[in-house]
Design a binder for this molecule. Sequence first.
Ligand code: GDP
Length: 137
Amino acid sequence: MKQRTLSIVKPDAVRAGNAGKIIAEIESHFRIVAMRKLQLSKAQAAAFYAVHAGKPFYNDLVEFMTSGPVVVMCLEGEDAIANYRKLMGATNPEKAEEGTLRKKYAESMSHNAVHGSDAPETAAVEVAFFFPGCDLI
Ligand code: GDP
């Protein structure tokens, strides 16, 4: 089933100059429907990760996600949500499989290079968070 998902190249990967390599790899598997480079505000990052509010790592996560620019993409493909998460690898790069984006580019569990939606409901909310319908081409 064709699906759309949200991808973020996080500030650590952008800062390290890895955004282009990550986008090229993503583009070899998915159609990029929309793409923006932006600096998240504290309020935006807090709202985007609201599901994690109250967890011990939440404040650091918001701090990190606002520490520099990110590249946000809407991706499309067959089973894009699960397949993009497979390409990303495990949240903890030490547990990520060889060849995954996190194995190659993540520095740590908190600085882990990329984000991807985890379910159809969250994908729809996350894509709408960054892109108005008219930008999804
Ligand atoms: P993801 O879907 O693989 O990105 O993981 P989650 O949705 O569970 O968590 C969102 C982000 O919060 C992760 O990508 C990590 O950057 C961070 N995170 C999650 N769990 C932890 C944790 O236990 N410790 C730290 N430091 N960061 C975490």
